[in-house]
Design a protein around this ligand. Sequence first.
Ligand SMILES: [Mg+2]
Length: 243
Amino acid sequence: MSKYDELLHKIIEDVSSNSKFNKSTHCIFDLDSTLFNVTSRTEKILSELIDDKYFINNFPSEIKKLRKPLVNHDDWGIKEALIRSGIECPKFYEKAKKYWAKRFFSNEYLKFDIPYAGASEFVNELYSLGAHITYLTGRDQIRMLVGTVESLKQWNFPVDLKHTSLALKPKSSDEDTEFKTNYINKLINQYESLYFFENEPIIIHQVERLIPKIKIIFMDSVHSGRADPLDHWPKINMRFSRN
Ligand SMILES: [Mg+2]
């Protein structure tokens, strides 16, 4: 059994034992690059960009250079895709980034995300063991709430008003780390055991520093590179399925 399998089994056992002894458990999951692989969202946007009249007319040579598959799972945004295709035009990057961001951070494109293997089953297992589930995301309410609910339902993640919560940032300009830390801080005394699944090291550093009681699970998928993960963080590797 791999160390990732062992960790996932240990979490299930812990939550199961809490439930037996009437200890309350809260499992907090980030969405993008933690429960959901967002590669196909970006792939879809770039494939539409290739057929977009504005780009065809204004950047014909750059459009021709864009190679499929456009996106790798460890890309952060679209920069790597353009570099791999040998595109160096800053104006194209600027326009393509705007085109991508407008769609990436919108309700309409969330249906193209695909959960990591076993993610829905794992969250459902914790839910059926009595853990409260919170989806805590840096997505913002105005542009992404409706699509987020639809996407959770599309993939059969547990969604009910009593035993699950969904927290999106009120405004896109809110800072992710501060939003998440403040949210978790309010929960800390309400539950005996708290887990936090997250892929972004800069957020984990802050949560770990301010809320040492929380059990961190680092999703080793892709991150912004603004901070490095620490060796002592228990980690999983792009899947929740286990042997
Ligand atoms: Mg994330």
